[in-house]
Design a protein around this ligand. Structure first.
Ligand SMILES: [Zn+2]
Length: 492
């Protein structure tokens, strides 16, 4: 005798998804049966996209769609054709919370489906690429449960990577929109169910007190009943999902390692900033003290070469009375300043590393060793006046340099302002920094560097910084090896 399996469940889209494992189980148990699913007509379009045609033969689920509301469900004889038996699987009234996964296990048990397989996973009949976007559904399409924009924290309302889900979308677009999300936020239930079944990585749901998460829990959904808890969770999530660029004030949402990448000016920055240190732990000697004198011959030679080029190509252009006066900021072992001094200049170094009393002798020793006067202070904490007053001639500097130092500045605008005040208006300012668009940047991407570099710049980021500051213009820039770039700057 031929068998027709009639499945009745008038629930919404979530229910359709939840009975999918039941349909699959029944199909295995009754391989030759004909299947008919009774559900609301509103969901017919989704069934088309969701259900494997081998489970429900073409259009069979269209046969008895109900307009709305509850109808009597007891009578299955109308489905029987001559010589057929009707097996009615009535899932109406099955209490969904009877099992750990909302509905899925309960439906299978009610239908007498044996074997395992309670996972709900929906393969889509079209390709979707996951985007780094948040999809927000404000209103559940059927029963009016929903959210308002005010239920969401401000930081989320203002983001431009949020897609507001329009319930008037076609089934295909509805599925596609949810499937591409990195994060889904919505009220219980259809969108949440779809997001979960489609494997959206982060899902946050606001439930109603009538149907709390305890009844309608769904896998991988962070569920809240209280609005303030829901808001709090989202605030925390989104505080970690974006940061304001200190260079151009745009909002950054993408990260590379621990750096936010500004989509507007291209700066990379840490947020929150690391605790200020002058050296990474690895740069210190076994006794925990500064190890800056341990520069290799090659490092010293590179330092001397850069200083000579700067002197010949740029400092030589500055008209000065007497010898040119120079300052190397963040000099550590002051070999750069020493080279300029050998070329006849009045040169100074400044470094704040280990500037506490205990460590001062090390810096003093560097200073004595090379005969370069050094100011042992944190450059970001002193005034131009304090610096100038501690130099012999008290006049402004004709050249200032920061070699692998500018990326250590916590407030680059303040640093530029100080330098601008220190510099002869005709003078030059040299910066050598890691530049993330220059090949070899990987060398700067390690924990050791992260602990001391609040920023990484690129040429574009540097241009934005200089333009916004209104203090300097770039007169020359060129990429160097190992992911670095040089800039020659002039006061505006
Ligand atoms: Zn920016």
């Amino acid at each position: 005798m031929k068998t027709t399996v009639l499945i009745t469940r008038y629930g919404g889209l979530g229910d359709l998804i939840m009975i999918l494992p039941t349909l699959q189980g029944l199909k295995r148990q009754y391989p030759k049966a004909k299947f008919v699913l009774r559900t609301y007509k509103d969901y017919v379009g989704y069934v088309d996209h969701l259900f494997d045609q081998t489970i429900l033969d073409d259009n069979q689920y269209l046969k008895y769609p109900f307009e709305s509301g509850w109808k009597e469900i007891g009578n299955a004889t109308e489905f029987a054709e001559t010589g057929q038996r009707v097996l009615h699987i009535n899932l109406q009234g099955v209490i969904e919370s009877r099992s750990d996964v909302h509905g899925v296990i309960a439906f299978r048990q009610e239908a007498g489906v044996t074997g395992k397989g309670v996972e709900v996973h929906l393969p889509l009949p079209f390709e979707v690429n996951r985007q780094n976007v948040t999809v927000v559904q404000l209103r559940d399409d059927k029963d009016g449960r929903g959210l308002t924009k005010n239920d969401l924290p401000q930081c989320l309302q203002q983001r431009d990577d949020v897609i507001w889900l329009d319930s008037l979308l076609t089934p295909k677009d509805y599925l596609r929109t949810i499937a591409q999300a990195q994060t889904f936020i919505g009220p219980d239930s259809s969108g949440l169910h779809l997001a979960s079944a489609l494997g959206v990585p982060e899902i946050v749901g606001l439930y109603s007190p009538e149907f709390p998460p305890a009844i309608r829990a769904y896998p991988n959904v962070k569920a809240f009943t209280l609005k303030y808890e829901f808001q709090k969770e989202l605030s925390v999530m989104y505080a970690e999902k974006s940061a304001t660029c200190p260079i151009c004030t745009e909002s950054a949402v993408e990260k590379r390692e621990i750096y936010w990448m500004c989509p507007s000016c291209d700066a990379w920055f840490q947020h929150p900033m690391p605790v200020k240190k002058f050296e990474a732990q690895e740069e210190k000697g076994a006794d925990g003290r500064s190890n800056g004198h341990n520069q290799s011959e090659a490092d010293l030679e590179a330092s001397a070469r850069l200083a000579s080029c700067f002197a010949h190509n740029w400092i030589s252009r500055v008209r000065t009375e007497g010898p040119a006066k120079t300052l190397d900021i963040g000099c550590k072992y002051p070999y750069f300043a020493y080279t300029l001094q050998k070329l006849g200049m009045e040169s100074y170094g400044i470094d704040g590393m280990d500037f506490d009393a205990d460590q001062t002798p090390i810096l003093s020793r560097y200073s004595e060793e090379l005969g370069v006067p050094m100011l042992m202070v944190d450059f970001e904490k002193v005034t131009p006046w304090q610096i100038l007053n501690n130099t012999d001639s008290k006049k402004r500097f004709d050249a200032i340099s920061m070699v692998h130092v500018f990326e250590h500045m916590y407030d680059p605008y303040a640093a530029l302002k100080t330098i601008h005040e220190l510099l002869n208006p005709e003078g030059y300012f040299l910066i050598r920094v890691p530049s993330h668009e220059v090949p070899g940047m990987e060398w700067h991407m390690s924990e050791r560097h992260y602990s001391i570099h609040p920023f990484y710049y690129s040429e574009q980021a540097m241009k934005t910084l200089m333009k916004t500051s209104g203090l300097f213009k770039i007169v020359e820039t060129y990429p160097m090896g190992a992911g670095t770039r040089d800039y020659i700057l002039k006061p505006v």
